[in-house]
Ligand binder design. Structure first.
Ligand code: ATP
Ligand code: MG
Ligand code: FE
Length: 354
């Protein structure tokens, strides 16, 4: 079965086709993404109204491009999946209305997908890992540790009490005038930097709860920048490297604790897996910290390729595929949900609503 997936929750317009090969392995037949970075660049962040209009302008072409890349037509589809939350309401409506229209016109089931479920299941798309696994979701809007017990069964063990890690990267970049999105810019500047030059806090280190906090680190970066002003290129690099080292130490500490809890609560899992998802998972310093902790605790680590870490529609189509196979279809009139916690994805098991 081919599933068409559509993603429009933020500033990426994306369409993808996912299916299974003869051996039953998930296969990405097409995965096209149009980033709106240029449209928002002048504003230093995503402008919801501009985002919604830009989705309208390119989505039809992207769907056509995805189908043509997959060498498929609407007649080959088994279902249509779209992100219906969480995210910017205008974008969610654009994407899901397009998906609903295709489903209605071709008499196909509709699948209303939680964007975070897409990120959470990506390690199963790329690496075929079995449930349950521990997931670190680190994106622009979320920093969470989740126990993924099964499809729709997500137990949140920890979350950020203030900023998401991606947000902290973006704000650091903005402060240092490195542009948007900030993560890749900070990582690049940090390459030639000295991570020990600025003493920055390691938030939440040693805390019993599995939560994160990054706003204090952000403030410490600002104060350090003010004290060292005017910053030359080397100082900017040193500050980026110091920030990254602090963030990695904090994340590493939280994850080490989560791995220990996993061992305690699920001792029957002989080959445990730590999976990483979300845009910040692309960061090599963060990845190295996670690999160190996973190795020390005897966990395998699964980190999808960069293109599948950041927003894309293959992850939405894949979540749709798992839901389709489980018979968990959604009615065409399922509302979009700008706020939609991942632990609320288990609720309705609905029949084909027509
Ligand atoms: P959410 O999924 O929570 O709604 P989002 O979809 O905007 O948020 P993603 O697309 O998964 O988030 O990731 C984007 C974030 O990842 C941005 O904050 C960006 O700065 C960050 N990021 C991307 N590449 C890197 C990198 N190499 N290092 C650090 N951060 C990065
Ligand atoms: Mg994005
Ligand atoms: Fe995302």
């Amino acid at each position: 079965p081919f599933i068409l997936g559509i993603e429009t929750s933020c500033d990426e317009t994306a369409a993808a086709v996912v299916g299974r090969d003869k051996a039953g392995r998930a296969a990405i037949l097409a995965n096209v993404v149009h980033s709106q970075i240029d449209e928002h660049a002048a504003f230093g962040g995503v402008v919801p109204e501009i985002a919604a209009r830009a989705h309208v302008e390119v989505l039809d072409d992207l769907v056509r491009a995805a189908l043509s890349e997959a060498d498929a037509g609407f007649e080959h589809l088994a279902a249509v999946a779209a992100t219906t939350g969480p995210g910017l309401v205008g974008g969610l409506i654009v994407g899901s209305v397009t998906a609903r229209a295709i489903a209605q016109a071709r008499n196909l089931p509709f699948l209303a997908i939680n964007h975070l479920e897409g990120h959470a299941l990506t390690p199963r798309l790329t690496d075929e890992i079995a449930y349950p696994y521990l997931l670190l979701l680190v994106s622009g809007g979320h920093t969470q540790i989740l126990l993924v017990r099964g499809l729709g069964l997500y137990e949140r063990w920890g979350t950020t009490i203030d900023d998401a890690l991606g947000e902290a990267f973006d704000k650091t970049a903005k402060l240092l005038r490195l542009g948007h999105p900030g993560g890749p810019a900070v990582e690049c500047a940090a390459e030639t930097g000295d991570p020990t030059r600025f003493a920055l806090p390691r938030p939440m280190r040693g805390e019993a709860k599995l939560d994160f906090s990054f706003s204090g680190l952000k403030t410490a970066v600002r104060l350090a920048a003010e004290r060292a002003a005017p910053l030359d290129e080397q100082a900017v690099s040193d500050l980026c490297a110091s920030f990254q080292a602090a963030a990695a130490a904090s994340v590493g500490d939280r994850i080490a604790r989560a791995l220990a809890r996993f061992r305690e609560e699920l001792p029957e899992i002989a080959s445990p897996v730590l999976a990483v998802a979300g845009g910040v998972a692309a960061n090599r310093t963060i990845r190295a910290a996670l690999e160190g902790e996973a190795n020390a605790a005897g966990f395998a680590i699964v980190a999808p390729p960069l293109k599948l870490c950041t927003d894309n529609a293959a992850m939405i189509a894949y979540a749709g595929l798992e839901r389709f196979e489980a018979g968990r279809l959604d009615p065409l009139d399922t509302p979009v949900r700008p706020r939609w916690p991942l632990d609320e994805t288990a609720l309705p098991v609905v029949g084909f609503g027509r």
